[in-house]
Ligand binder design. Structure first.
Ligand SMILES: Cc1ncc(COP(=O)(O)O)c(C=O)c1O
Length: 365
């Protein structure tokens, strides 16, 4: 078997033991709270990892992009929440085809979108399952809670649609500056869904699924009574943004980029990993604890100060690293980095065991 240090660089490394630990932890949290787990696969974009999650007990998957759903469905993965308010007729025609082949659920976040989906799905033999997305403070997509009942009532009049759930995404938790703030955001996130569902039920519209859960918030949201599902994505891998937020420790980070030293100068050392391998992402503004562009494992003396496309330029204090040495770098944002590579080189304790394609990389349509 090959050691990871014999690989060409840059390479995307996946620590299988740690991935399994991370997935088991999420699975256990869902189990202990008697709720479902629907991982967001935009993090890994990998059929193998999605299948691992399902084998471990996930009820289905979440995607952002229709193309991601198509890739996963082609690999016989079903029960796919498209957590994105698709409204373009061209895309909805594709969704119609997909929904005739497998179970998909579409996010609805406006009256206008509901009308378009209703028109395109009219005449289908089975109704399309839809979940309303409510805004819980991220102020991205999502209808305001005050309009939820009206939208739910409107959807109920639409025969081609079947409303079965309400969900939200608390992405603003990434800008939290303390654990208390994360907990408060998690509480607000869960309450916005629970209250929305209660308002609908008071109006005679049953809401079976009540779904929350970003990586910073899912552990808290899972415990709140009335929540039925969590959807963490990043928690499969974690990264330096999560470490900066206090959500994970570096040892929990399962994804790294293998880099080589290409040059060493008096005051700097240069790696072969630039923005096309590590991305320029430094997390949400507000997350001041992210330093540089990734953590070089076992080399606290090194800070990656800047990236150009193919170069990572680092400052150092007394480093033993020399030209052609290899290092593992924990990226700031693993979801973005996974999308930059063709394949995961999967290892256990530094020994390569498999290579997995990133099947849905670049799938944005
Ligand atoms: C709708 C939705 N659900 C779940 C997630 C997963 O969030 P995270 O990667 O923080 O776990 C996201 C992330 O963008 C999302 O948009």
């Amino acid at each position: 078997m090959n050691s990871i240090h014999t690989l060409d660089t840059p390479s995307l490394l996946l620590n299988l033991n740690q991935l399994e630990n991370n997935l088991n932890e999420i699975r256990d949290i869902a189990k202990q709270n008697g709720i479902e787990w629907r991982p967001h696969i935009k993090t890994h974009k990998s059929v193998n990892i999605a299948k691992m999650q399902l084998e471990k007990g996930a009820c289905g998957i979440t995607v952002a992009k229709l193309e991601e759903a198509e890739v996963m469905a082609a690999a016989h993965i079903s029960n796919i929440l498209i957590a994105y308010p698709l409204a373009q007729p061209k895309k909805l025609e594709r969704l119609k085809k997909l929904s005739s082949q497998t179970k998909v659920i579409l996010a609805i976040d406006s009256f206008e979108q509901a009308e378009i989906v209703n028109t395109i799905f009219s005449g289908c033999s089975e109704p399309l399952e839809v979940w309303i997305k409510v805004n819980s403070g991220l102020n991205r997509c999502g209808i305001e809670m005050e309009e939820i009942v009206e939208l739910a009532q409107k959807i109920k009049t639409m025969k081609p649609l079947a409303l079965t759930g309400i969900f939200t995404h608390a992405g603003h938790s990434y800008a939290a500056s303390s654990q208390e703030q994360i907990e408060k955001i998690a509480e607000d996130e869960a309450n916005s869904v629970i209250q929305s569902a209660e308002l609908c039920e008071q109006a005679g519209i049953p809401i079976q699924h009540r779904s929350v859960g970003s990586t910073p918030t899912f552990k808290y949201g899972a415990k709140i009574k009335g929540i039925t599902e969590i959807r963490p994505g990043n928690a499969a891998f974690y990264d330096m943004c999560q470490v900066g937020l206090g959500v994970a420790e570096t040892k929990q980070c399962a994804l790294t980029v293998l880099a080589s030293v290409v040059s060493k100068k008096k005051d700097r050392i240069i790696f072969d990993t630039g923005s096309k391998a590590l991305s320029l992402d430094q997390g949400a503004h507000g997350n001041k604890s992210v330093v540089g562009y990734g953590r070089v494992i076992n080399h606290p003396e090194i800070t990656i100060e800047r990236l150009s496309e193919e170069h990572g330029v680092a400052s150092f204090k007394d480093t033993l690293l020399e030209m052609n040495d290899t290092v593992e770098i924990i990226p700031n944002h693993s979801c973005v980095v996974a999308n930059l590579f063709e394949e995961y080189i999967v290892h256990r304790d530094g020994e390569v065991v498999e290579r997995w394609k990133v099947e849905a990389r670049g799938m944005m349509k």
